[in-house]
Design a protein around this ligand. Structure first.
Ligand code: ASP
Length: 441
């Protein structure tokens, strides 16, 4: 008798889980986002007790980043010719530099029109030392790891990318060896890495089932900590950054259209990554989700396996935009009129500094410190921006990831054979019938 209710509950529980799996992922994300924002703003500081739930999501994502970059790049690089790889690389550098330049110009222009910060006074005693930015030569040298395992342990993405490219190139040379035994060994290694990519993507699909809880916790804690009261005095700056990001995303849509890419299907496949970036505030951490988005767009491995991790490290359009807007804000607070020379130097520093800044939460503040020092503005005002940095970081990270995906999609469009044939791509672009199907796929 006592067993009966338990047995009756079991199928019910299973069907609940089934229903959870079948509910479209994007709706789970959207509901978690809105509910988390409301909970954070209403409950405030005490909501931070749920922080570990968000931390778990971040760890799950980070756990998979290094294996993902390693296996996908080795497979991707070993399947294309070196010249092809060089072309993809050059296009990526050109797109990422150009889009960051456009973004910082948008940030400065909107800020010069709206003039955020006028009327605010300089905070007292905030004359701390600016954060040190890494030297460019150091950044470049660090790309070659002296210890690949160390680079993986530290999550030094550019070094992992470099190492994986070298392994992939070596593998492709072995694959064409005249010695049959060497060719067969290379074939085994390649299959090992191909199996690795399958494993990694299956894990990503599983992690995404936990994502709604992580999304809820991360957004609730961020807004609970920052609070509406902190945002209000700086509402102008927040509006400029969010408005600028919206404009930058419209620019991506325009560029995609010019290259003949369907905007609706692009964003349908990019939106999970965009929301993940928004709440995790880390382009690096979002990599597993953006990679999944690129796959569903029908983009082939040789393109996305390189352009996405590379973009997550060096391409920060949203951050550049935020730097531009915040420099104008700081100048207004300090009552300084920016000269054309100062503006030009901020643009240059903003674009170049993004190369050395990692895709982790809060990294943009280092770039901002650099730009403020470069423009010769008083450093104390940065304390005002830092107070709401998390809220600004959400929008700029979303923009960074959208920029990486836009570049990746356009490069795939312009490189022959780098998109799955039309039918498959369209099919892949559409939502899977259920998330369960996606997990079991
Ligand atoms: N959080 C951003 C990113 O990961 C970097 C920044 O702080 O601007 O892309």
């Amino acid at each position: 008798m006592a067993d009966e209710p338990t047995r009756a509950r079991e199928p019910e529980q299973r069907s609940l889980w089934r229903r959870y799996l079948e509910f479209p992922l994007i709706w789970k994300f959207a509901i978690a986002l809105v509910a988390g924002a409301v909970a954070g703003l209403v409950i405030g500081e005490p909501i931070t007790v749920i922080e570990p739930l968000g931390g778990l999501f971040l760890n799950l994502l980070q756990m998979i980043v290094v294996p993902l970059v390693l296996v996908t790049l080795v497979v991707g690089v070993s399947s294309v010719a070196v010249t092809r790889l060089g072309k993809i690389g050059l296009k990526a550098v050109a797109f990422y530099l150009l889009s960051s330049f456009v973004a910082i110009t948008i940030g400065i222009s909107i800020a010069l029109v709206v003039n955020p910060g006028t009327g605010l006074s300089m905070p007292a005693g905030g004359d701390e030392e600016p954060e040190a930015a890494p030297e460019l030569s150091e950044v470049l040298l660090d790309i070659v790891p002296d210890n690949p395992i160390g680079a993986m342990a530290e999550g030094n993405m550019l070094a992992v990318v470099f190492f994986a490219i070298v392994v992939g190139l070596a593998l492709s040379v072995l694959q064409t060896s005249s010695d049959a035994r060497t060719r067969s060994l290379a074939d085994h290694v390649r299959r090992f890495f191909e199996g690795g990519t399958e494993i990694v993507f299956l894990i990503v699909k599983g992690v995404l089932q936990y994502a709604p809880i992580g999304v809820f916790a991360l957004i609730a804690v961020t807004l609970g900590e920052t609070g509406a009261e902190a945002i209000l005095p700086l509402a102008n700056l927040t509006a400029v950054v969010y408005g600028g990001v919206a404009l930058q995303i419209a620019v991506y849509a325009l560029v995609l259209t010019l290259f003949g890419v369907g905007v609706a299907s692009f964003f349908r496949n990019a939106r999970e990554a965009m929301i993940t970036a928004f709440v995790t505030r880390s382009s690096g951490g979002t990599l597993p989700v953006s990679t999944r988005g690129a796959q569903r767009m029908g983009i082939r491995e040789p393109v996305y396996s390189f352009t996405l991790p590379f973009g997550a490290t060096v391409n920060m359009d949203g951050t550049a935009l935020y730097v531009g807007a915040s420099v104008v804000f700081v100048a207004n607070v300090a009552g300084v009129d920016l000269s054309l020379g100062q503006i030009v130097s901020v643009v240059l520093v903003g674009v170049l500094a993004s190369i050395g800044t990692a895709g982790v939460p809060g990294a943009g503040v280092i770039m901002l410190s650099l730009a403020i020092t470069q423009a010769g503005l008083p450093f104390a005002a940065i304390a005002l921006v830092a107070g709401i940095d998390a809220v600004l970081d959400m929008a700029r990270t979303m923009c960074n990831v959208t920029g990486d995906l836009t570049g990746t999609r356009i490069i795939a469009q312009t490189e022959e054979g780098m998109l799955e044939d039309h039918d498959t791509a369209t099919e892949a672009a559409s939502e899977p019938a259920s998330d369960e199907a996606a997990v079991e796929e």
